[in-house]
Design a protein around this ligand. Sequence first.
Ligand SMILES: NC(=O)c1ccc[n+]([C@@H]2O[C@H](COP(=O)([O-])OP(=O)(O)OC[C@H]3O[C@@H](n4cnc5c(N)ncnc54)[C@H](O)[C@@H]3O)[C@@H](O)[C@H]2O)c1
Length: 429
Amino acid sequence: MTGPITVAICGCGSRGLDAYAPYQTAHPERMKIVAGADPRPERLEKLRKTYGVAEEMCFASDDALLAQPKLADVMIVATLDAAHVKAALAALDKGYHVLLEKPISPRLDECLALREKARQTGRAVAVCHVLRYTRFYSALQALAERGEIGALQTIEASENVAWWHFAHSFVRGNWRRQDETSPMILQKCCHDMDIFRWLAGRKCLAVQSFGSLSFFRPENAPAGAADRCCACPVRDGCLYDAERLYISDPHCGIEHIGPNWPVDVVATDPTPEKLRAALETGPYGRCVFHCDNDVADHQTVNMLFEGGLTASFTVSAFTESCHRTIKLTGTTGEIEGDMEKNALTVRPFGQPARVIDLSERAGEFSGHGGGDFGLLDSFFALLASGGTQALTGVEASVESHVMALAAERSRLSGGATVTLAEFEKEAVG
Ligand SMILES: NC(=O)c1ccc[n+]([C@@H]2O[C@H](COP(=O)([O-])OP(=O)(O)OC[C@H]3O[C@@H](n4cnc5c(N)ncnc54)[C@H](O)[C@@H]3O)[C@@H](O)[C@H]2O)c1
């Protein structure tokens, strides 16, 4: 390929337009957006104004975009979870390479159908497991692969979602109901499952899981709480008061973080006035104890891999900050990592520990620790070289989805062990 790789964006929301489109501004020689689809006119307007996409190349739906002849080299599919596979299958049939947001699908049969289609068409499909493209996890994987701590025995990891992030995305927001999108362990943690499979370098055989929605329920509402924060007589003492959160909270209030995620999800091009108006009537102004959410707010998963390697993982809404921690143990040493500190501590047994500081050039690594742009760098380099096997291709990604969906099956059955080979066989029918 010569010149920038051309891209059509299906779903110009937070990921399509705010996470990936800015790559064109940073690297105009590598990526050129030529078309897009979204039912929200303000998103298409932003696509036109900020990225110079022609009016006639902006479409009101994925179907309308995919009814056109092939318009670009790559289709970025960044609609919501249940709409991914239909668009990705159609895009592959049209001859696009596909950059597909995770999860592939909440349905395992659809994940398997996409894997089959990618095999048949021979096009490149990269699933957006952005963590693999961070300096933090790539350094950790390289250490494990070259035997820095001998033979890997255990993986112990935590995903700290953060109370305000959980309330935003999984209580009030898009991913609050599993029938509309995905179970939380797939939606949030297919990334983690993908990392465990990558670090392990071998297949996961079985999983077992516990967890529940314990806190964001009506019985935990403060006495007298209303359905919406703006009309609530007890909002003053409430941590989750929406106006306080989105206007002045240090983690996610516009006064501290500017017009960025997550306030740009509440209102496009947000200002305090636009946010207050959106909170009056929109989903993000609802009481966190009176929403229609049903996904778990904490969950643990135990995993058994080939060769006896074991892994344990906890995801929790109830943490102060939003970050991941991990510990690997091997026959000759251990490694501990904290993604917030962007550092790994390697402790070879009987020798001094050493700290690997990955925060150098930290300013360049916004967006999932640098993973968002790292993914695009890697995918475009692959296409430029004529390759089709992405680091997070659909073959690898499907394994993480099988692990997550099997964990959900286990959680719903009270923690029973689920064997992955049998679980996958069921989906094939
Ligand atoms: N890789 C990651 O780390 C990561 C992080 C967050 C979200 N995601 C995933 O990215 C996807 C999008 O999430 P988001 O946060 O951008 O959500 P979003 O709601 O901001 O974006 C989705 C967009 O799709 C649009 N849309 C709805 N129906 C459509 C249709 N028929 N045709 C075209 N567009 C349509 C919506 O209007 C919206 O703008 C989700 O599947 C989510 O799981 C991935």
